[in-house]
Design a protein around this ligand. Sequence first.
Ligand SMILES: [Cu+2]
Length: 352
Amino acid sequence: MASSGKAELQGATPKAADILQPARRQSDIPPTVDKAAKREKLSFGPFTVPGRNATIPDAEKGMDHDSVQFNNMLSGFCDDCTVLLGQASLSFVNGTQADPSRGIYQHHIVLLDMQKYNVPFYICPKQGTPLGVVPQAGFMVSGATAGVEPNLFSTNDPANPSGYSIPKQAEPRSYFLQSEVVNYNDAPQDIYVTFEVEYLPGAKLAKYRDTAVSLLSVTGCGWPDYKAVINETRYSTSSPTATMPKSGVLLNAKGHLHDGATHAELYLNGISVCNSQANYVPIGKDAGMAMGKFDTIGNMTRCEDQVRFEKGQEVHMTSFYDMDEHPMRMGGSGEPGDQMGVYFLVIAPDGE
Ligand SMILES: [Cu+2]
């Protein structure tokens, strides 16, 4: 990612004047987690993604050399509420999902909450970077998949409920968006970054465990993208061991890998607690894309067995790549794309 986005992710204060409100709000969506919940879809933008041959200024480029990134503060989400499910995605202005079959590759959408720090966004050993140290929690996080992949904050257990709590406050909370998008179409495309949110009224902290998304990466406290080693077709990478900063419950876990990967394994005190598999789908058939048809990761399996952990216990992860089985994703100009080995962890820490 470009340095400007990195600096902001690491805690620089964005300007209040830049706060975007949703351009569209669809409020009549049936809930899927809890019948009593409200569900709405907020669309921000539209943002213009340049055509594939356009020259993208360095300041707007992401880590993926064909991508453009959008960094904005967003507001307009529910206030005094408990979010049960959040789903970040992309759409064209006509409402159609913007996905790889139509030439749009969503590298990632990360929505960070700088006012929540129940668990850090980065869980990593201290390695001299600000990651994992500055107050940030992951609200909605999505990446590198053709399908949609909701962040589930609910335990689905009425006796032991949980959710992403947003307390009532004088100023509606705003969130930092960092999104990176690749357009394989010749023509520029106008897209919305969309967030579908299912929530209950009230920040139900008395009964509900508060949750957020954390990230564990094979790069530890380093930036999670890294460049593929082209002459190595099968390899695995393990993260440094990180210490859980609090006790609590891991509600669910899902790997995030790039094309070429097969699966990611998550370990608590050396014992495997999740094996998240990459499922591939063919793409490109609907877009007449210049780079032709290829397979990409359509989704990653999510582990939903809840795992109890204690403060001080150690977590680490290993990602597995096999480029004989699945070719790495290439950029439109023929260079290899970047790779990642990450887990998105939905964590509900114990109360104080
Ligand atoms: Cu990624």
